[in-house]
Design a protein around this ligand. Structure first.
Ligand SMILES: C[S@@+](CC[C@H](N)C(=O)[O-])C[C@H]1O[C@@H](n2cnc3c(N)ncnc32)[C@H](O)[C@@H]1O
Length: 242
């Protein structure tokens, strides 16, 4: 994988690669994806591709991938990092594709950013339309509740590469929205740059993901609480387009 854990700027995209600089995670997740797809031929969509870390590894293993993300800055960083795949700025609720892909990936929580359940269903149907029949969807979401609740709900400080972070988490049991506030500071040519990001993510259970996928034209094949041989907790689902 291309090394590019740099962080300069003022957006989440600018610090993303430094925060998630975990080549072992990407390599093992790729092993899982390729096994779940059953083949590396065919066109893949990485929906919510971020800075393209997964695309990079899939291309290195011979896959053809198109990336899509809502945040233009994520794609700018992907291109700057050398991702040669087509990258589209777009919304996974309105994918401009019909029966175009043998596999779709939605990794590291893009679906959890959809707080509204109707919008969530719209996104699943949009992913289904983008796939050929028998195409596979592999999705994962970070298990915030499993990871942080209740021991680590206070304020956390960390230094990851060039980035200093103060992070706090809260959970609203009524709305089931997890809020993560991150304050970043990093030194850039003698100046300290600071900015804040707030993430709001809807916590859905594995059963809720399974039911929503079944209602959206998928058959759920596998449901895991993390990728094999990795300690991180995730809700991981493999589903087949009916
Ligand atoms: C935590 S990042 C994960 C990025 C990448 N999949 C990875 O594994 O590193 C979540 C990404 O989902 C994108 N995203 C959130 N909502 C989206 C939507 N409705 N359509 C497309 N992308 C979305 C965000 O912009 C962000 O890049």
């Amino acid at each position: 994988m291309t090394p590019r854990a740099r962080a300069v700027g003022r957006s989440f995209a600018d610090v993303y690669d430094a925060l998630y600089d975990n080549p072992i995670f990407i390599a093992r997740r790729t092993d899982f994806i390729l096994a779940a797809l059953g083949a590396s031929d065919g066109l893949l969509l990485d929906a919510g591709c971020g800075t393209g870390r997964q695309i990079d590894e899939l291309q290195a293993r011979g896959c053809e991938v198109i990336g899509l993300d809502l945040e233009r800055q994520m794609l700018t960083i992907a291109r700057r990092g050398g991702i040669a795949a087509p990258l589209i700025c777009g919304d996974l609720r309105r994918l401009p594709f019909r029966a175009a892909f043998t596999g779709a990936l939605c990794l590291e929580s893009p679906l959890a950013y959809l707080l509204d359940d109707d919008e969530f269903m719209v996104a699943l149907r949009s992913l289904r339309r983008a796939l050929v029949p028998q195409g596979r969807l592999i999705m994962d979401t970070y298990d915030y509740a499993g990871t942080f609740w209740p021991e680590s709900m206070g304020r956390m400080r960390a230094e990851i590469g060039p980035v200093r972070i103060v992070e706090s988490h809260s959970y609203d049991e009524q709305t089931r929205v997890w809020t993560m506030r991150q304050r970043f500071a990093m030194d850039d040519e003698g100046r300290t740059r600071r900015f804040q990001v707030t993430h709001a993510l809807k916590m859905r259970t594995p059963n809720e993901y399974a039911a929503a996928l079944e209602q959206s034209g998928f058959e759920v094949r596998e449901m895991l609480d993390g990728y094999p041989n990795l300690p991180e907790k995730r809700i991981v689902v493999v589903a087949v387009a009916r």
